[in-house]
Design a binder for this molecule. Sequence first.
Ligand code: KIV
Length: 304
Amino acid sequence: MSTQISPFSKIASERKKVTTLTLKHKKQRAQAISMLTAYDYPTALALDQAGIDAILVGDSLGMVVLGYPNTLSVTMEDMLHHCKAVSRGAKTALLVGDMPFMSYQVSAQEALRNAGRFLQEAGMDAVKLEGGIERLEAIRLITAAGIPVMGHIGLTPQSIHQLGGFRSQGRSGVEARRLLEDAFALQMAGCFSLVLESIPSRLAEMISEKLDIPTIGIGAGAGCDGQVLVTHDLLGLFERFTPRFVKKYAKLHNQMVEAFTQYIEDVQCHRFPAAEHSLDIPEEEWQEFIKDYHLAERSIPIAF
Ligand code: KIV
């Protein structure tokens, strides 16, 4: 197994903190933005070391870490718990906390209060929320409080029951027009960036060209200003379902099963632990201990 780390990671460790302004400048310079999800400390450390621009603590947490069938069961407390772990690991990437279902839909005031918790309690730099024109009031209020908001349109997993499942969006003229209008409205309301999920590449490219703010695509083709994937999909850690747009860079689930199987065999065959995994006591200490033990055994064994 290779343990070499790319020389790029050294550069990453000396990088300046990525901000919403950094993403804006990257779009202006036509430099692609990289974003991945993380839900824990070691993944955040590794992503930061690799030089990722932004980390999304996505509510995909519910599916790939907590084992729910969709994202609807994820709570504010779940999100804050995992955001805290990520913020302890990543010091350079822009950290975006995903607002869970029902944390921003009830009222704009509640949305603001919950958005604030991501920054105040969990070390996030920004929040993300799903939806178009229907979210404008909440977005205006949150951004007016100085909290950067990333929008998310197209396939919005918190609305799967309304959408009829995990289905791609924007494939009719009417839907495409609605998405373009949503994109403009979200920019006007103050979003610093916009996730485009599962929409036709041509539409995503057009939205990206028309908007000033950077778009981050997932299943939206190469014409977006940046790309995001769910890290567990990219690593091959989540085997239940893999969307067509995912590129797998590793097969960690298989590697985990292989490693666990070897461990079980080693334990059963007494190959683990070996001498190098065990502690020793210096010989003279041991001899003294044994001598004392035998003496005690001969007099009052119970006292030993
Ligand atoms: O929750 C998530 O991981 C997301 C990404 C798929 C954009 O929203």
